[in-house]
Design a protein around this ligand. Sequence first.
Ligand code: B1M
Length: 212
Amino acid sequence: MTDPIIQTIYNAVLEGDRPRVQQQVKQAIEANLDLALVLNEGMIAAMKEVGDKFSCGEYYVPEMLISARAMQDGLALVKPRLMESQIQSAGKVVAGTVKGDLHDIGKTLVCMMLEGAGFEINDLGTDVAPEKFVEVVATTQPNIVAMSALLTTTMPNMQATIRALEKAGLRDKVKVIVGGAPVTEKFVQQIGADGYAPDAGRAVALAKSLVG
Ligand code: B1M
């Protein structure tokens, strides 16, 4: 049976109740609950239901936004706990949600987990144009470019970014990893990325394998 605190977090994210999310996440941390469960069964599962409710017309954009803000508050509280003390950098990552796409929760989670695993993160935020990725790769020389897309309509901008890196002569200097709900392994092969991960935990394993 799900822990009652996790169940309350789930309900609070679903209802977009920010104070309750904050209060319950603090309680979960104090009670030393498994943070992977808090994230997966509390927050991520609730966001999935928010999406399902949107699909069937029960929720509209404002409800999605309110739930997203509540989840972000919860993530901010969990973040310090996910950070391990790392002495040596595991590598540099430039991350962003691709052009036209404003979804940032999954990307933020991926960045948090990578940071916790010792990577230096340069998070460019959302709606990041291919030219912006190119500019930052040219000036900061990261090991990895990490792109997220949540919309089928913005997925092609991953390919546009890879092409822009090629055109700038930078493609062979970085590994490109991609993810987000609509992204598949097949798509990754089509666009010529170096790897795909279905969730934040596996994004860390992928990043480590590519720089190792
Ligand atoms: Co939007 N939205 N949304 N939305 N939204 C989805 C994605 C949707 C599936 C909902 C639905 O219809 N059921 C649908 C997309 C349909 C499609 O294209 N296939 C959709 C739509 C249609 C839209 C709008 C077009 C709605 C409209 O305006 N009519 C609009 C588009 C705006 C835009 O981007 N230009 C829109 C807007 C919004 C809000 C702004 C209201 C809000 C986002 C707020 C924010 O992010 N700050 C929002 C939300 C919250 C959602 C849902 C409900 C939740 C997304 C989320 O945060 N999930 C979403 C439904 C769903 O996903 N079921 C939906 C939690 C997060 C932890 O999961 O991001 O998948 P996720 O990340 C995962 C993995 O994918 C992976 O790791 C994470 C978990 O460990 N991952 C990576 C992600 N990036 C990775 C990168 C990697 C590796 C792994 O390597 C680099």
